[in-house]
Write a protein that binds this ligand. Structure first.
Ligand SMILES: NC(=O)C1=CN([C@@H]2O[C@H](COP(=O)(O)OP(=O)(O)OC[C@H]3O[C@@H](n4cnc5c(N)ncnc54)[C@H](OP(=O)(O)O)[C@@H]3O)[C@@H](O)[C@H]2O)C=CC1
Ligand SMILES: O=C(O)C(=O)[C@@H](O)[C@H](O)C(=O)CO
Length: 279
């Protein structure tokens, strides 16, 4: 068995500990995911973020089974897809079977899909699944303040996390402030803007990266870490797995951190959660 990378944990509001850096496997193809997750576990990752809709839970599970890493040293997140919001137990049982696990560490309602108007019930069911021990922590993804307010008012229960599109070009000030004020940990999806922007060629970041002997991606990921955000950048390349976790031996100066913050552009690359899933 391999040694875990030196990645700090963050404590979620129910007491569950989550490694602040993990590996995301969205768009890692069938036939490649097992190799990618095996390599990530081999180099020392212990946190994997997948979802039923990614179609690769079985390969994630195969990699976990072959790794020999004790279950309590791993952190596995999966997500309830939109078309199963009225059958969360069945959906999680299907995911667990594919993953080869008897519980996940974190289960998320993937999108609110307001047009379906079943996300409050989905949240209630995910809370029941936590009570039943099928997930250690319960959270949501892509929930705006209006969706969070509604599920919290309905149940009195705060999600452990909200997983949202978040990167220097899209910083979501109002939403992140709401989450922080309510003890909801923030997970950034697309922490590198999904490789769709010119973020990693920004001249100002080139200077910052050079000053620390780090890559531009590391500067952006370090900025997330300093904001207290949980990240799981996706990569299929072993050298980038190491690069993306090698964030804890340097600090951005206040000015450098502010350079990254100044890249806010109100630019999202994913769908609008108020609309996504609408027919
Ligand atoms: N809840 C939700 O709705 C969503 C959740 N997610 C989750 O978040 C995870 C991360 O987000 P994701 O959308 O994958 O986008 P990321 O911001 O993680 O970007 C991934 C892209 O960046 C490239 N990349 C990775 N590391 C580096 C590096 N060091 N230098 C340069 N390029 C790099 C990858 O290429 P390569 O593979 O070639 O290295 C890939 O093209 C997902 O995998 C998934 O788990 C994602 C989207 C939506
Ligand atoms: O990756 C995810 O977790 C997502 O929910 C989205 O990327 C979504 O599935 C999508 O593909 C939007 O275009």
């Amino acid at each position: 068995m391999t040694t875990a990378l030196p990645i700090p944990n963050i404590e979620l509001n129910g007491g569950t500990q989550i490694p602040q850096v993990g590996l995301g496997v969205f768009l890692v193809e069938s036939g490649e995911t097992e190799r990618v997750v095996s390599e990530a576990l081999e180099v020392g990752y212990r946190h994997i973020d997948t979802a039923a809709v990614y179609g690769n839970e079985a390969e994630v599970g195969a990699a976990i089974a072959k790794s020999g890493i004790p279950r309590d040293e791993l952190f596995v997140t999966t997500k309830l897809w939109n078309d199963r919001q009225t059958d969360a137990r069945g959906a999680l049982e299907d995911s667990l079977e594919k993953l080869g696990l008897d519980r996940v560490d974190l289960y998320l309602v993937h999108w609110p899909v307001p047009s379906q108007d079943t996300y409050v019930s989905a949240w209630e069911q995910v809370l029941d699944l936590r009570e039943a021990g099928l997930t250690s922590a319960a959270g949501v993804s892509n929930h705006e303040v209006e969706h969070l307010t509604r599920i919290i008012e309905a149940t009195g229960e705060f999600p452990a996390v909200n997983q949202i599109e978040l990167h220097p070009e899209h910083q979501r000030q109002e939403l992140t402030a709401y989450c922080r004020a309510n003890g909801i940990a923030i997970e950034a999806w697309g922490p590198l803007a999904q490789g769709k922007s010119d973020l990693l060629t920004q001249p100002r970041l080139v200077e910052v990266a050079r000053a620390h002997g780090k890559s531009l991606a590391q500067v952006v990921l370090r900025w997330h870490i300093e904001n207290g955000t949980i990240i799981f950048p996706k990569t299929t390349r072993r050298e980038r797995m190491l690069e993306n976790a090698d964030l804890f031996d340097f600090e951005l100066t206040e000015t450098e951190h502010a350079f990254v913050t100044a890249l806010e552009a109100g630019r999202n690359y994913g769908p609008d959660p108020r609309e996504y899933g609408a027919n």
